[in-house]
Ligand binder design. Structure first.
Ligand code: PMT
Length: 395
């Protein structure tokens, strides 16, 4: 219930994607938000207000001239109640009205009257979306700090294929959530490289050695950094997680691929955070053909480059370097040793034997140690909260 206590005023305008706004209402309610819906007349041609009323469990505002149910001017009370106004889906018409100061229906008038942030998810035919007038209107609004959720590419209701399809419901909910939870862009101007996930070390075309890293910790850091305004390069081993849409995403397979990607990009970054679980060893040789089963087998391993150590040698003292330390025993001693030997500013130590910590789970239990030896042990927290505690240390 991360959005408990927050009010989202959802402006629904007339397009075929109106029905998807119902799922947005439902998803926001599940996160604890109070959702108040207002619709344009054309939106009501696609879905009746009563459906939004049932799902939001609030009355739906459509006409500015309805007999008021209580003595309040509805567009003003909605504008004041909003922690955020989200326009889902947004037609070219509503974007044009807002950009040009026109307030002639419930949605445009409420937007005009609010001081809350406004987030807009356009959905329309590709040619309309590419129309220079619409592009100019979107630019005008972006310059005024209106937020946008870019549409997807895909098959549109008119039968065309192209840009203009309403972003997915999950993306829209995530963007509204992030706009509410991260109003301050304190990392604006910072460029942060984050590594995440496991590496895979092949020994024939079929098989490889890897570890249990899911990427959740690194992706949580990348996402939180983006929400706080940073530019993010995410270098990731293979995971099942979708990369955050605004990250510069580099997919890698082996430790040596990760080494190359990190070293190529590190110079341009202010901060490097290495949450990836990198294989210390790789098979000495990779067979061109599948190795046949023939009794027991011995695999000879050779050392991989230590990416973080190389970063410490090259950039220590010049850039903020943050490592992770994953152990099953003597956590603090081992982490302190890694912090010093790799020339880091901080190390985030986690013992994967603690329940709720380490691989695969959505939570972690970490101790952050700085280069002066100061330690801060966090209680069991979501990986998002751990990410923010790490990012709080970046100046
Ligand atoms: O991905 P999740 O499922 O969410 O799990 C999260 C996690 C357990 C992977 C994460 O919290 C974590 O601890 N990551 C670091 C894992 C690790 O490799 O720890 P280490 O103690 O072996 O390595 C120390 C540091 O050196 C790490 O920052 C590592 O990225 C780096 N390293 C290690 C070896 C190597 N060859 N090059 C490196 O850069």
């Amino acid at each position: 219930m991360v959005l408990k206590g927050k009010t989202v005023v959802l402006g629904v305008t007339g397009g075929i994607a109106v029905y998807k706004a119902l799922d947005v209402v439902s998803g926001l309610k599940k996160l604890g938000a109070d959702v108040k819906v207002m619709m344009t007349k054309s939106a009501t041609e696609f879905v009746s207000p009563i459906t939004f009323q049932a799902i939001s469990q609030n009355p739906v505002a459509v006409s500015m001239f309805e007999e008021p149910k209580a003595w309040e001017i509805q567009h003003i009370s909605l504008a004041k109640a909003a922690d955020i106004i989200a326009i889902i889906p947004a037609t070219a018409n509503i974007i044009g009205k807002i950009a040009n100061g026109i307030a002639d229906d419930m949605v445009s008038t409420t937007v005009m009257a609010t001081t809350a942030p406004v987030i807009i998810a356009p959905a329309m035919n590709t040619n309309m979306y590419k129309n220079p007038i619409l592009c100019r209107n979107i630019k005008t609004l972006k310059d005024l700090d209106y937020l946008f959720i870019n549409p997807d590419c895909g098959r549109l209701a008119c039968g065309d294929t192209g840009e203009g399809k309403l972003a997915s419901v999950d993306t829209i909910i995530d963007e509204i959530r992030n706009a509410l939870l991260y109003p301050v862009k304190d990392l604006k101007g910072k460029k942060i490289l984050v590594t995440a996930g496991p590496t895979q070390e092949a020994f024939d075309p079929v098989r490889y050695i890897t570890n249990h890293s899911s990427g959740k910790m690194g992706y949580a850091i990348a996402k939180a950094a983006l929400c706080r305004g940073a530019e993010v390069i995410l270098v990731s081993g293979k995971t099942n997680i979708l990369p955050p849409p605004n990250a510069n995403f580099i997919s890698v397979t082996s430790a040596r691929d990760m080494y190359d990607a990190v070293m190529e990009n590190a110079e341009s970054c202010d901060v490097i955070i290495k949450a990836a679980a990198v294989a210390d060893y790789r098979p000495e040789t990779i067979s061109d053909e599948k190795i046949k089963k023939n009794g027991n087998m011995t695999l000879s391993l050779t050392s991989n480059p230590d990416i973080l150590k190389s970063l410490g040698e090259k950039f220590g003292g010049r850039k903020t370097l943050i490592g992770f330390c994953m152990e099953t025993q003597d956590l603090i001693e081992n982490a302190t040793h890694k912090l010093k030997s790799k020339n880091l500013d901080f190390i985030v130590a986690n013992n994967i034997k603690n329940e709720g910590a380490g691989f695969g789970v959505d939570t972690n239990i970490v101790t952050i140690i700085d280069k002066n030896g100061e330690k801060n042990t966090l209680p069991l927290s979501s990986k998002e909260d751990v990410a923010n505690k790490i990012l709080d240390r970046i100046k």
